[in-house]
Design a protein around this ligand. Structure first.
Ligand SMILES: [Zn+2]
Length: 240
């Protein structure tokens, strides 16, 4: 595989063994022609993660368990890496940043993060990256830990679960957190009224009454005694 001259490579790449470099270049090709090594991207805390791919649990399972290993060609079956979920819960994932890569066929996204080392708290954090499509399909991944070369370590898993948590949050935001999107208009003023005119029914009963279809009034149900005779209009009323 020839080196793409448009790409910018990180010092991390330069220090790799030749066999590892070959596979790393294959992954850069998946990102697109001329796309630089993600380790040259800025890893900064991103507050707006609106571009995060819509990764859901089946996408994570498909990737970590069912994807064929580039080395053995057998399914990764990395059940142990699913414990990366615990890393996320422990707050070990930070500095998440999303980078958009525009290509001819589809938009690809690269997500980077820092994940704390499980073996040593004082050791520098590991930096996994994942590449995915907008719809959550995971294309490939990498991590700076030794197991990360196998592309299914718990740090990659932790980053995937962070993306999944974001997807869930975004879905919940759409129906409950936007400015009263699903609520009826709020009451502006409460008017004074005699207690006999106030409806003390529970909201559920009020809604039931409101939704009840109107029944036509049967004239026969009105008693004759309730009919008040109407007098003829006076001269003033006629003039109006
Ligand atoms: Zn790792």
């Amino acid at each position: 595989m020839s080196l793409n001259t448009d790409r910018v490579y990180s010092s991390y790449y330069e220090a790799m063994e030749e066999k590892v470099k070959t596979r790393y270049l294959e992954k850069l090709d998946i990102l697109g022609e001329g796309v630089s090594d993600p380790y040259t991207f800025d890893v900064v805390e991103s507050r707006s993660l609106s571009d995060m791919p819509s990764i859901e649990y089946p996408d994570i399972y498909n990737y970590l368990i069912n994807t064929p290993s580039p080395y053995t060609k057998e399914e990764l079956k990395s059940y142990k890496s699913l414990m990366g979920y615990k890393y996320l819960l422990a707050g070990w994932v930070s500095n998440i940043s999303v980078h958009k890569i525009l290509s001819e066929n589809c938009d690809k996204l690269v997500v980077l993060a820092r994940v704390r080392h499980s073996q040593s708290v004082s050791a520098p954090p590991l930096i996994p990256w994942i590449a995915a499509e907008n719809n959550g399909t995971i294309l490939c991944a990498h991590c700076t830990c030794m197991a990360g070369l196998g592309e299914a370590c718990s740090h990659i898993s932790a980053l995937l679960f962070a993306a999944e948590a974001h997807t869930k949050l975004a879905q919940e935001t759409s129906c409950t957190s936007e400015s009263c999107k699903w609520l009826p208009p709020s009451m502006q003023k409460v008017k004074f009224a005699p207690i006999s005119d106030i409806d003390f029914c529970a909201p559920v009963t009020k809604r039931r009454k409101l939704m009840k279809p109107l029944q036509p009034i049967k004239l026969s149900s009105i008693s004759r005694s309730s009919i008040v005779p109407v007098s003829s209009p006076c001269k003033d009323e006629m003039a109006m």
